[in-house]
Each structure stands twice: as structure tokens, then as C-alpha cells.
Design a protein around this ligand. Structure first.
Ligand SMILES: Nc1nc2c(c(=O)[nH]1)N[C@H]1C(S)=C(S)[C@@H](COP(=O)(O)O)O[C@H]1N2
Ligand SMILES: [Mo]
Length: 509
């Protein structure tokens, strides 16, 4: 009995050595990646590979388009699985050290392979995985030695138990510090907020004041940059230094060329208010935002390059190899598709694509809003496909007309009496003509519209309402300027955007 208990305690200690070896190895790998390329960090490289490999049809939209929380969940899962494997291997290595070392080698091989199969990987991307391996094995052997020593001396000696404990605490502290330094290095390499931008040569019409103060609870007319939704496939935000960045224009063009950031911002600049929407936005959802964008017209660049006759697709590539395909006809039909460098009066923040991104009014982000843009290629749909269209999302994806209730909040309880029902409606590039609401299944009634900032921008709306006690359902629908009412047919985001009418329930008491 006593020996069995002792065996268990020993296995536990060996499990701890396995976990500590894995953690310290990963921390050093993260540090090395912070110096060379943050995305090659073992956990991140494995996580990104998992994202790309997950079949679209098996996933909910939230997993397909990684929002910030989903990324955290994914990283934690990769971490937990690694720690569990390391604990098991550590425990097994009590009798057979080869098992512990074998597992570390296997994990390192996986992380290395993941890093090397990332788009644009270079040989230096192997360094984090290699250092993870070297440090992991060294720590494993070192901790084993202190355990082995202890056993020879008899486990009752407090001195050796203490030395193992100190070793373990030291390794943990070292791992935390090195990992944190790696994280800091990986995110601090460029600071967009210090970039000064020129004024627009064509500022468009100034944005009128919205209903923000008039209707409490309504979405503000301009979405603050800090509140703007973020959707991309990146686990680490690409940190692009504007000094080394270039925008290349190639493919079916007479004069391929490239521009530095300083050359780009010397071109004529337009400023436009545009509402961007993610195809993964559910009816009534928050994957959308409205901002004033500063940038260079895509057609100015295309004119300079001289587009050939074969192209029907503008294929854009991000610095990490991610691609987006945009129908060339849409880009050239007179809408203000632009290479944006500014958002709400400042340089783009890193999460929204610094130093430059594509913005195409009227199209969902996955077919027109490439962040960290570095290349525009004139090509054809027959020849080239992009990240999401290769995964069967629609090639041409205009944003569907829709409306959302912001206030009262769904399922909230409000006081009886005069209040306002309000929200936003959008029909990018067609324009919102009419918004109606329906209370408790009654007649559709016209609401008041907020100021008009052009067809590419959302419209705030509201209706004063005398709320009476009880439970009420409120539905909202928008009609575009051509008189086309939004469809009431329910659709999920895949493959070309959600549809249907939002209906909310509120309790008045
Ligand atoms: N490089 C890159 N650009 C990208 C994406 C991406 O994953 N990588 N996602 C696209 C999608 S699906 C959307 S909806 C918008 C979101 O832009 P935002 O994060 O600035 O709101 O970026 C688009 N551009
Ligand atoms: Mo999206």
C-alpha cells in the first residue's frame, strides 16, 4: 500500500517534469519567435494550421471567421492538449526516459511542420521550434536528475525535495518571464499611431451629425475605431513596418509597378464614409461598423498599370499570404473602392490592416476588404481562387439589405411610458429608402430616418413609442432606394450572407 502510494507520488512528480519541460520549451520558442517572426511561435503556428485545416461545413460561422474570443479559446485548447500530453509523457518517462524525450521531439516536429507550412514561411521560422526542443529536453533531463538524486538519497531528505521544488519554481518563473518578453517583442515592432497622414485631396461630403444624443442606446453614427469589429484568420496581428512595406500591382497589366508607403500617400487621396459588414454577421448581429476612410482610389492604380482584357478578378494578397478575390467589374463600376490608409482621421491600427487595406463599398469584407494588403493581381476566376472562395463561399457577395434594433435591447425589461425604438439599417451601394417596424404583429409602420450620409453608409432610425405593460415583439425591415424590400427568407451566413427579419422581445413592467 505504502509503496503504491509512493509510486503514484513519484509518477506525479515526473508528470510535473514533463509539463515544466514543455512549458519552458514553448516559452523559449515564443521568445525566439518574438525576435524573428511572431507567427512562427509553436503554439501560434499550430493554432493557425488548425484554423486553416478545419473544414468549413463542420463549423459554425463563429469558428469559420475567428473573432477575438474564438482565437483565445483555440490557443487555450492547443495549450491544454500540449500540457496534458506532456504530463502523461512525463509520468511514463519515470521508468523510460525515452518516452519523455520522444514526445518532446514529436511536439517539436509538429510545431516546426506547422510553422513551415504557413504561407511565406522561411527557414528562420524553424528556429522557435528547434529552441523549444533543445530547452525542453535540457529542462526534462535536469529536473529528472534532481528527482533521481532524491531517490538515491531516500525521499525523506528535505534538502533534495526542496531542491526539486526550487528547480520547478525557477523553471516556471523563467518560462513566464521569457514567454512574456517574447509576447512583448512580437507586438511592439511598429506603432501606427505615430504615422502622420496627409489631408484628402477629395474629402467628399462631411458626415452630418447623427442621432447619437437624441436616441439613447442607438449605434453611434460613426463607429469608434476602438469599437470597430475585428474579423480575420490571424492568431497574431501582423506587425508591418511601413518603411519596408510595398504595394505591388501585377498580373494582366501593361506596366506592373510597386509603391512604397510614402509614394502611395503622395497620390490623390479620397475620404469616404463607408459601412463595412462581415458575411458572418447574423441577422441583428454586430459584425459591422461604419467609419470614414482615407485612401487612394483603386481605379487610379489600375489606370496607371493599364489593365489588360483578360482579367475579371482583382486578387489581393496580404503580407502573410492570405488572399481575397474581388470582382473586377465591381471595383470599376464607379464605386469608391480604395486602398485605405486612414480610418476616422488616423492611420489604420494594426488590427484593421496597417499600413494599408482594401475597402470596397457594397461587398462583404471577405471579398473586398483585404487587411495588411501588399499585392493586387489582375487575374481570372478560372485561374485563381482566394482563401474563402476556395472554401466554397460565394465569389460575388453584395451586402444584403437589412436592419437592426439597437434599443430597447432584445430581452431587456423597460419601464412603461414614452421611449424610443431605434437602430440602424443598411443597403450598401443601393441606399436605404425606408425603414418600417411592426409591433406585436400589427401593421408595418414607417419610422423616422436619421441623416443621409450616402448610399454606402448605414442609416440610423427611430420611432417614439408609448410602451405599455406586458411583453412585446418588435420586428424591423428596410427597403432600398429602388423600392426593394429586404427579404424575410431566413438564411445562415454561408455561402453569401445571412437574411431574414430581426424580431426582438422586450418586457415592459
Ligand atoms: N489579411 C486579411 N484581411 C482580411 C481578413 C483576413 O482574414 N485577413 N478578413 C476579412 C473579413 S472576413 C472581414 S469581414 C474584414 C474585417 O475587417 P476588420 O477586422 O477591420 O473589421 O476583413 C477582411 N480582410
Ligand atoms: Mo468577414
Amino acid at each position: 500500500m505504502l509503496t503504491r502510494r509512493r509510486t503514484f507520488a513519484e509518477s506525479l512528480q515526473y508528470a510535473v517534469t514533463g509539463v515544466l519541460a514543455a512549458l519552458s520549451g514553448m516559452a523559449v520558442g515564443h521568445l525566439v519567435a518574438g525576435v524573428f517572426n511572431p507567427a512562427s511561435s509553436p503554439v501560434l503556428a499550430v493554432g493557425s494550421t488548425v484554423i486553416d485545416a478545419t473544414p468549413v461545413t463542420l463549423k459554425d460561422f463563429a469558428i469559420e471567421h475567428f473573432g477575438t474570443n474564438d482565437k483565445l479559446v483555440l490557443l487555450l485548447s492547443v495549450g491544454v492538449v500540449t500540457v496534458l500530453l506532456a504530463a502523461v509523457a512525463g509520468a511514463l518517462s519515470r521508468k523510460r526516459p525515452a518516452i519523455g524525450i520522444g514526445l518532446i521531439v514529436l511536439l517539436v516536429a509538429l510545431a516546426g511542420a506547422a510553422a513551415m507550412t504557413r504561407p511565406l514561411a522561411t527557414v528562420t521560422d524553424l528556429l522557435p521550434a528547434l529552441s523549444t526542443g533543445v530547452v525542453g529536453i535540457a529542462v526534462l533531463l535536469w529536473l529528472r536528475r534532481s528527482l533521481g538524486q532524491r531517490r538515491r538519497e531516500g525521499s525523506t531528505t528535505g534538502g533534495s525535495r526542496r531542491s526539486f521544488l526550487y528547480g520547478a519554481v525557477g523553471v516556471t518563473a523563467g518560462a513566464v518571464v521569457l514567454g512574456a518578453i517574447g509576447q512583448k517583442l512580437g507586438t511592439a515592432s511598429s506603432d501606427p499611431s505615430t504615422v502622420a497622414l496627409p489631408k484628402a485631396t477629395d474629402p467628399g461630403t462631411a458626415l452630418p451629425a447623427g442621432l447619437d444624443t437624441k436616441v439613447p442606446g442607438i449605434s453611434s453614427f460613426t463607429t469608434a475605431t476602438a469599437d470597430f469589429y475585428r474579423v480575420d484568420t490571424n492568431l497574431t496581428v501582423p506587425q508591418v513596418a511601413k518603411g519596408s512595406w510595398k504595394l505591388q500591382i501585377d498580373g494582366d497589366v501593361k506596366n506592373p509597378f510597386s509603391l512604397t508607403f510614402d509614394e502611395l500617400i503622395k497620390m490623390p487621396l479620397i475620404e469616404r464614409s463607408i459601412t463595412q459588414t462581415c458575411v458572418s454577421n447574423e441577422v441583428g448581429g454586430g459584425y459591422m461598423g461604419s467609419a470614414t476612410w482615407l485612401g487612394v482610389k483603386v481605379t487610379d492604380l489600375l489606370d496607371r498599370a493599364g489593365v489588360g482584357t483578360s482579367a475579371d478578378q482583382l486578387l489581393s494578397t496580404a503580407v502573410d499570404g492570405f488572399t481575397i478575390s474581388t470582382p473586377l467589374a465591381a471595383v470599376r463600376d464607379g464605386r469608391d473602392a480604395m486602398i485605405a490608409i486612414g480610418m476616422n482621421g488616423q492611420a489604420l491600427p494594426a488590427v484593421h490592416g496597417f499600413p494599408a487595406r482594401l475597402i470596397t463599398p457594397g461587398l462583404y469584407g471577405y471579398v473586398g476588404a483585404t487587411k495588411w494588403l501588399t499585392k493586387l493581381t489582375l487575374t481570372t476566376y478560372a485561374k485563381d481562387q482566394a482563401y474563402w472562395t476556395r472554401r466554397q463561399w460565394a465569389t460575388d457577395a453584395p451586402i444584403k439589405t437589412s436592419a437592426r434594433v439597437d434599443t430597447p435591447a432584445p430581452l431587456s425589461t423597460i419601464k412603461p411610458g414614452m421611449t424610443a425604438i431605434g437602430g440602424v439599417a443598411w443597403a450598401q451601394h443601393r441606399g436605404v429608402g425606408l425603414v418600417e417596424i411592426q409591433i406585436d404583429g400589427g401593421a408595418w409602420q414607417k419610422v423616422m430616418l436619421g441623416p443621409d450620409a450616402g448610399v454606402d453608409y448605414w442609416r440610423q432610425w427611430y420611432l417614439p413609442w408609448n410602451a405599455t405593460s406586458g411583453s412585446h415583439t418588435i420586428a424591423v425591415r428596410a427597403t432600398d432606394l429602388k423600392g426593394q424590400v429586404q427579404t424575410d427568407v431566413r438564411a445562415k451566413p454561408f455561402p453569401n450572407g445571412s437574411s431574414g427579419i430581426q424580431q426582438i422581445v422586450v418586457l415592459v413592467s
